[in-house]
Design a protein around this ligand. Sequence first.
Ligand SMILES: Nc1ncnc2c1ncn2[C@@H]1O[C@H](COP(=O)(O)OP(=O)(O)O)[C@@H](O)[C@H]1O
Ligand SMILES: [Mg+2]
Length: 257
Amino acid sequence: MNTILKADSLVKSYSLHSDNDTPVLKGISLEIKEGEFIAFMGPSGAGKSTLLHILGLLDTPDTGAVTGYYPAGKQHIYSSLKKKQAAELRNKHIGFIFQFHHLLPEFSAIENIMMPALIAGEKVSHAEKKALALCEKVGMIHRKDHRPSELSGGEQQRISIARALINEPSIIIADEPTGNLDSANTVAVLDLIKRIRQERTLTLLIATHSIDVARMAEKIITLRDGIISSEVIVHKVDNQSGSSQIQSDSMNTNEAL
Ligand SMILES: Nc1ncnc2c1ncn2[C@@H]1O[C@H](COP(=O)(O)OP(=O)(O)O)[C@@H](O)[C@H]1O
Ligand SMILES: [Mg+2]
């Protein structure tokens, strides 16, 4: 499998007061393969969102480097990208799903799904056609003209998944996508993510507190206090029960889950 993202020694601090920096990432290195599904776990404040934002070109590290190897055959050193290049790369190749969906309140569901395609310069008619197909896929076609405020939390999240997919990104970054959902909606969102992954190669990075979400991943990376405290490979076992088995030797599975 080819590498799609590589991070070397990422360090990030926030200065809340001019003389007092709060270190958030304290030297994170990792390599992500194309098509891999990684769950990022760890307590609140561990640095999961900060790391995902840096990997997704929404934020920059103080020191350290990220290299992206997408689309196939291309290589981008994040720190050398101009703002506009970074925005274009993000728009075309990375889809984001947030805990609080971040849908635009004044636009309908279908318009929200279309938005990244319009930003990428697609014709309205083409963007609309793709958005309608995705709206159907996430089971929301009957709500396509509703505004976000007229949708339930689970419905809003399904629309934001469709929006994340419209430009056919190489990478999906989801920050606690089920964090705000009840268990029925969590299952629905998980099923949707599973189905999408069966259809095409997609690298999936999800920060989550949900064991059910983490169990679907191939690897669980646990952050604690700004460092990677464990990395566990989850081997899927194709048996009748369909259960998955977590293998770890020196790694601490309990900590990850
Ligand atoms: N914009 C910011 N300004 C100041 N501190 C921040 C900012 N974003 C995050 N932090 C701090 O960085 C730490 C890590 O945050 P975050 O990456 O959101 O962790 P997680 O997603 O694992 O809960 C927290 O202590 C948080 O308060
Ligand atoms: Mg977070």
